[in-house]
Structure formats: structure tokens, C-alpha cells
Unconditional design. Sequence first.
Length: 100
Amino acid sequence: MLNYIWALMIMVGIVYGSLTGNIKEVSNAALDSAGEAVALCITMMGVMALWVGLMEIAQASGLIRRLTKGIQPFVSFMFPRLPENHVAREYISTNIIANA
């Protein structure tokens, strides 16, 4: 649904820009925004690589496993129907640890 709203807003902007004679400004704004989007993606790749690397180090060192055991009462409270030794418990715990 949100894709349709964005597509509609973009089309309305392009049509309005062409009807008012500002199509050059619309195309310049689109190109500038595309350049900013590429720069943002490159920046986010670096940040993502850093945090994924840190989480891999934490997992290899056993820190994730120890912290997972520490927050199991919270995970059991939040997800009561999840079996005790289910692999999803580790993923949920890792997500909570990463966000904390």
C-alpha cells in the first residue's frame, strides 16, 4: 500500500512540474536525491559492516551465549509458547543484546 502512495506522490510531482514548466528543476532534484541516496547507502554499508563484525566477535568469544542465558527469563516471559531449546531463542536474544 505504501508503495502505491509513494508512486502516486512521485507521479503527481512530475506531472505538476511539467504543467508548471519546472520539469528541469524536477529532474535536477531527482538526480541530486539519487546521488544523496547512493552516498547514504555507502555510509550505511560501513556502519553495518562494523556492527556485524562486532557481533561475530561477540559470538565467537562466547559472550552472546552467556548473555543469552542471562536474559532467558525475560525471553520466556515474552515468548511463553517458544520451546526451551529452540534455535529462535538464540536469535531473539541476539537481537535484544544487539539493540541494548
